[in-house]
Design a protein around this ligand. Structure first.
Ligand SMILES: Nc1ncnc2c1ncn2[C@@H]1O[C@H](COP(=O)(O)OP(=O)(O)OP(=O)(O)O)[C@@H](O)[C@H]1O
Ligand SMILES: [Mg+2]
Length: 505
């Protein structure tokens, strides 16, 4: 068996390819950004063709860097930004429209109509999700209704849908020449069209959005040696690398963090934050604004579910300081700037740029910086931004404790923002529990590699994977309980100031 496994991580801002060895160590990586297309306020699109080209390029460059060839890879995994929706023609391979990204809020009226029409409870019960612009179904409906010819083509089986895992897999396995049209259970669970327990598309949910079943991919387990086929001669890997696994990025990070036991959780700090708690083989229904989602399904085993707290804006708020306010020139400067002050100076920043996701689910919210006085400066804004990442995470941790009864004794973290030492210290302070980061912080790609490697026997069991996890750093809470409670109460007050701001009819 070859010595390495590869993983494509098709993210919101970039696509990377990584190669890992049997110990889960990184051998090489390459990463390329793609354009964020923002045609109007609230709209976010990607060009699927650009994403496919970037994917080919990062695979090739990574292999070159590592001095490896395709046959050195025992298997290939894919992980991806979830919910982002592509509709393309199966004969030409051409997209009908740009990918509509998970952050896009153009479907806010579609989402609020669902609740008004009394469909919210059916969706929550079957899909485990609250009606929101976040999920794929409304995005597909929008394309069917607004792009000429797509509805007829979809009914004729010519126009097909996929999240970006499916788009890449279809292209990697031959595209118009026999490409496989499949997705894994974790990605399917984010469309709002899958029945969480049957793991199949649900006709009633499809009818809410007017989506023909024919345009949807087959749903298969996250790790499976036959389900995903092999790469084609024409692709960047030449022929015959086994595609062993697919996982949505946040589920992949949960696997990469080896959260295989009930009650184990991880929090990923990237563009947004996503905290997932493994709840075992029965889906737990949230009463506190969390999502119920499929965490992974390996081979013929029963699916494992998770409770998820999704936060739309965390690392992207740091990007906003850089790109829109111009008060820092790189993300890492958010730390040095925030360190110029002892505390937030009374300033709280609620970055509700796309409304608020978990646990609030308020599409009528918009961002606010509150508590300002003449005394405050850029450093307070930077500090409030880092705190907002941590307070939003606390909101989700509180909801999780109420839903599951699980009290975290340590929070496992990963993702780009965890490079920020101050932010991780603040997280420990705000939560009152230690924060722990693993040596391999690229847990998203690692999790996809694990799913693929398990499928082909490169790794024999999840126990073997657990041995690969090693702690790099740990932050201990330092605030007094009084400081913690006071700060959190003010945060909650700040959140109320953002609500009921825009009219979503
Ligand atoms: N030192 C830092 N301090 C604060 N934020 C940081 C720091 N370094 C990176 N970031 C933030 O981390 C985010 C990138 O993290 P990461 O690469 O994990 O993103 P990602 O979510 O995986 O990206 P994608 O959405 O493309 O998958 C950016 O939003 C960036 O602003
Ligand atoms: Mg990512």
């Amino acid at each position: 068996m070859p010595d390495f496994v590869g993983a494509v991580d098709q993210g919101t801002t970039s696509t990377r390819f990584m190669i890992f060895d049997h110990g889960g160590n990184e051998i090489a990586r390459h990463q390329l950004e793609h354009e964020q297309i923002l045609p109007r306020a609230g709209w976010v699109e990607h060009n699927p063709t650009e994403i496919w080209e970037r994917t080919r390029a990062v695979i090739q460059t990574t292999l070159n860097k590592a001095n490896l060839v395709a046959s050195d890879l025992a298997a290939l995994g894919i992980t991806n930004q979830r919910e982002t929706s592509v509709v393309w023609n199966r004969t030409t391979g051409r997209p009908y429209y740009n990918a509509i990204v998970w952050q896009d809020t153009r479907t806010d009226r579609i989402a609020s109509a669902l609740e008004r029409d009394g469909r919210g409870d059916v969706i929550r019960a079957k899909a485990g999700l609250p009606p929101a612009t976040y999920f794929s179904a409304g995005k597909i409906q929008w394309i069917l209704e607004n792009v000429e010819g797509v509805r007829e083509a979809a009914e004729a089986g010519e126009a097909i849908f996929g999240t970006t895992d499916t788009w890449l897999l279809w292209n990697l396995t031959g595209g118009p020449d026999g490409g496989l049209h499949v997705t894994d259970v974790t990605n399917a669970s984010r469309t709002m069209l899958m029945d969480l327990e049957k793991l199949d598309w649900d006709d009633e949910l499809l009818s809410f959005f007017g989506i023909p079943r024919r345009m949807l991919p087959a749903i298969v387990p996250s790790s499976h040696a036959e389900a995903y086929g092999r790469t084609r001669e024409s692709g960047p890997l030449g022929g015959q690398v086994t595609l062993g696994g697919v996982l949505g990025d946040q589920q992949a990070a949960t696997v990469g963090q080896v959260c295989f036991e009930v009650g184990e959780a991880k929090n990923t700090y990237g563009t947004g934050n996503f905290l997932l708690l493994n709840t075992g083989t029965t889906p737990v229904r949230s009463k506190n604004g969390l999502l119920t989602t499929v965490c992974y399904q390996f081979g013929a085993e029963a699916p494992v579910y998770a409770l998820e707290g999704s936060i739309a804006v965390t690392g992207s708020a740091v990007q906003w300081l850089r790109d829109q306010l111009g008060i820092i020139s790189g993300a890492e400067q958010s730390e040095s700037l925030a360190r110029q002050v002892e505390d937030n100076g009374g300033v709280f920043f609620v970055p509700a740029f796309s409304g608020l996701f978990a646990p609030y689910w308020r599409s009528d919210a918009r961002g606010a910086i509150v508590g300002l006085s003449r005394y405050n400066n850029n450093a307070h804004i930077a500090r409030a931004t880092l705190e907002s990442i941590c307070y939003q995470s606390r909101d989700v941790v509180e909801a999780m404790r109420q839903d599951s009864g699980v009290t975290l004794d340590v929070l496992r973290v990963d993702g780009g923002v965890t490079a920020n030492d101050l932010c991780m210290q603040i997280q420990a302070d705000i939560l009152g529990v230690p924060v722990s980061k693993p040596v391999v912080a690229e847990t998203t790609a690692l999790g996809a590699a694990y799913a693929a490697g398990l499928a082909v026997g490169f790794w024999k069991s999840t126990d073997e994977l657990k041995q690969n996890w090693q702690e790099d750093r740990r932050w201990q809470p330092a605030w007094s309980q009084e400081q913690r409670d006071g700060g959190y109460a003010t945060w909650k007050k700040a959140v109320t100031r953002t609500l009921d701001w825009v009219d979503v009819g």
